[in-house]
Design a protein around this ligand. Structure first.
Ligand code: C2E
Ligand code: MG
Ligand code: MG
Ligand code: MG
Length: 289
């Protein structure tokens, strides 16, 4: 009867909540010490010039292989690490590990390339963030333009005045700033004029619309970005048609499974070399490994 159903659905809801709680608690427990145990790694996803088909650089993406939980997505563990104040330590490791690899591939294969590093809100908020970045660049003897920092709108807007001041300091030093997942928040348009941003990364939700022949939003965003002198990057490029359409719309850089999945460092270096030795890169944007 109805009462019984009500009870059952309560029990189910409760069970669901519990699973979520248990999973989060478990993640938190396993995250403690994960850095010291060496359970993190970086993968690198190529950023491709839509003009030439060449690799411009790579985005560093954090991977966690827990011996207990297996591979856990950054979408799952980063919020837990943020909430439990573990993310600034992890973020510092990511920055240094990414710069170390960039030093290597710039020497070996691609001198003018850069690495794009995601920065969490907690990490960016730390008072010594800019000093940390500069120290890390110096330690790996890298010029600031070898680094792009990817910030999300919510990170910037959480504390707009201090964020703006840090962004200005970084820009003055020559570090590039990208606004990640652009278009997902609605307050960014107005703020954009006042923020020293160099790059807009169009969220893949909008890039997907190109497959349905719906280019209106991407076209408008690219036009807006270019009128503000920003470089435009499209995320989530999964097929050739999308890549061609983005190029037609004047988008500068593409990133996505079509060009290459996030890969380990040795594969990334191989991707650079195949891209360099292609005959007509502009006619064939796909990276074949
Ligand atoms: P993001 O910075 O927007 O990174 C792009 C995400 O899209 C990555 O997911 C990437 O694997 C995925 N992706 C790339 N190409 C495609 C495609 O063609 N199709 C689809 N469906 N997905 C694609 P990932 O590696 O799972 O990372 C998720 C998010 O976690 C990142 O989104 C970023 O917000 C965060 N993250 C990853 N690494 C770090 C890090 O080192 N520090 C911080 N603070 N956040 C990170
Ligand atoms: Mg990113
Ligand atoms: Mg993104
Ligand atoms: Mg995204």
């Amino acid at each position: 009867d109805a009462k019984q159903d009500g009870k059952n659905s309560w029990r189910f809801a409760d069970a669901d909540l519990n699973i979520t709680h248990v999973a989060k608690a478990n993640i938190e427990v396993q995250l403690r010490g994960a850095l010291e145990r060496g359970e993190f790694a970086l993968h690198f996803q190529p950023l491709i010039s839509l003009n030439t088909g060449a690799v411009e650089g790579f985005e560093a993406l954090l991977r966690w292989f827990s011996p207990v939980l297996g591979q856990v997505s950054p979408m799952t563990f980063i919020p837990v690490a943020e909430a439990r104040e573990m993310m600034s330590g992890i973020g510092r490791w990511v920055l240094r590990a990414a710069l170390k690899e960039a030093r290597g591939w710039r020497d070996e294969a691609l001198p003018d390339s850069y690495v794009a590093v995601n920065v969490s809100a907690a990490q960016f908020d730390a008072p010594d963030f800019v000093a940390d970045v500069m120290a890390a660049l110096q330690d790996y003897a890298l010029i600031p333009s070898a680094l792009t920092l990817e910030l999300t709108e919510s990170t910037v807007l959480a504390n707009i005045d201090s964020a703006r001041s840090k962004m200005m300091q970084l820009k003055a030093l020559g570090v590039r700033i990208a606004l990640d997942d652009f278009g997902m928040g609605f307050s960014s348009l107005g703020q954009l004029r006042y923020l020293p941003v160099d790059v807009l990364k169009i969220d893949r939700v909008f890039v997907k619309e190109l497959r349905k022949d719906d280019a209106a939003f991407v076209r408008a965003i690219v036009a807006l970005g270019h009128s503000l002198n920003l470089a435009m990057v499209a995320e989530g490029v999964e097929d050739a048609q999308t890549a061609r359409r983005l190029r037609t719309l004047g988008c500068d850089v593409g990133q996505g499974f079509y060009f290459g999945h996030p890969m380990d460092i040795s594969e990334a270096v191989r991707a650079i070399n195949t891209s360099k030795h292609r005959e007509k890169p502009s006619l064939n944007l796909k990276l074949t490994l």
